[in-house]
Design a protein around this ligand. Structure first.
Ligand SMILES: *[C@@H]1O[C@H](CO)[C@@H](O)[C@H](O)[C@H]1NC(C)=O
Length: 127
C-alpha cells in the first residue's frame, strides 16, 4: 500500500496574534493543526469592556479577508459556511467569543477583533 501523505491530511489554522500584553483580545490557541474534515474550537477573550462587540474574521489562502460573525450579546450565535470550513460563533459570556470551525479542508488564518459598535448594516436598512 502506498503510504498515505499524512501532512496533506492536516490543515493548519493560524490565529492572528500581536503582543498579548498590549492587545484588547487574546486568542487561544495561537495555531492549530486540524485533521482534514475535523473540527476545532477557538477561544477569544476580551480584555477591555469598552469594546463590547466581538468578531471573528477569516483570511483564506488567497489572502481574502471576510467577517464570520459579529456578536454583542451573551447567548448570540451565528453560523456561516464558506469554502473549506463551516463556522459556528457563540458569544458565551461578556468576555468570550467562541468559534467552532468544522469540516475543515483548507488552510486559513482566523482573527478575533473587538469594537465599540458594529458597522454591519442591519437587515432593515438597504444599502
Ligand atoms: C459539517 O458537515 C456535515 C455534513 O455535511 C454537516 O451536517 C454539519 O452540519 C457540518 N458542521 C457544521 C458545524 O456546520
Amino acid at each position: 500500500m502506498f503510504p498515505f501523505p499524512v501532512l496533506w491530511s492536516w490543515v493548519i489554522m493560524a490565529v492572528g496574534s500581536t503582543d498579548a500584553a498590549a492587545s484588547l483580545v487574546e486568542q487561544r490557541p495561537r495555531w492549530v493543526l486540524v485533521r482534514r474534515g475535523q473540527a476545532e474550537t477557538l477561544h477569544c477573550t476580551l480584555r477591555n469592556s469598552q469594546y463590547p462587540w466581538m468578531s471573528w474574521y477569516q483570511q483564506d489562502s488567497q489572502g481574502q479577508l471576510q467577517v464570520l460573525a459579529s456578536l454583542g450579546n451573551v447567548g448570540d450565535k451565528e453560523a456561516t459556511s464558506l469554502p473549506g470550513a463551516d463556522y459556528q460563533a457563540t458569544r458565551v459570556s461578556d468576555t468570550e467569543l467562541r468559534l467552532l470551525v468544522a469540516n475543515v479542508t483548507q488552510r486559513r488564518t482566523l482573527f478575533c477583533t473587538c469594537s465599540e459598535d458594529t458597522v454591519r448594516c442591519p437587515p432593515w436598512i438597504s444599502d
